[in-house]
Ligand binder design. Structure first.
Ligand code: 5GP
Ligand code: ZN
Length: 111
């Protein structure tokens, strides 16, 4: 269906850092920081804007997983950023909901 569905199905390899029944996290192929992880639901959801009251737990679960991974990778104390891009102006390139987890360096906020 899409590149992240293929990664979730094991059809495309990825450097996995976390997996459970419903979610997968792996290293970004083009990292923007020393730690750059993508957290995805295995189920294909295109946009953050597809999140409503019926599926909002997905985003909460992704935040919990981001916190777990931050601890595991040792950036929980130094700090980290989570980003979800939605639509053209955000620069979203892959249309399968994903949370970026970034850390390991001091970041600036740019638009
Ligand atoms: P977006 O701009 O959609 O929020 O972020 C998509 C991210 O997915 C980008 O940071 C890009 O480097 C990453 N990416 C795209 N294709 C692949 C891939 O096949 N494998 C991995 N590991 N990351 C990918
Ligand atoms: Zn997908």
């Amino acid at each position: 269906m899409c590149v992240f569905c293929d990664i979730a199905a094991g059809k495309i390899p990825a450097q996995k850092v976390y997996e459970d029944e419903n979610y997968l996290a792996f290293r970004d192929i083009n990292p923007k920081a020393p730690v750059h992880i993508l957290i995805i639901p295995k189920k294909h959801i295109e946009y953050l804007s597809d999140i409503d009251n019926s599926n909002k737990g997905t985003v909460a679960d992704m935040a919990v997983i981001a916190n777990k991974i931050a601890k595991k990778l040792g950036i929980d104390k130094s700090g980290y950023r989570v980003v979800i891009n939605n639509g053209p102006d955000s620069g979203q390139e892959v249309f399968h909901l994903h949370m970026h987890l970034l850390g390991g360096k001091r970041m600036s906020f740019t638009t």
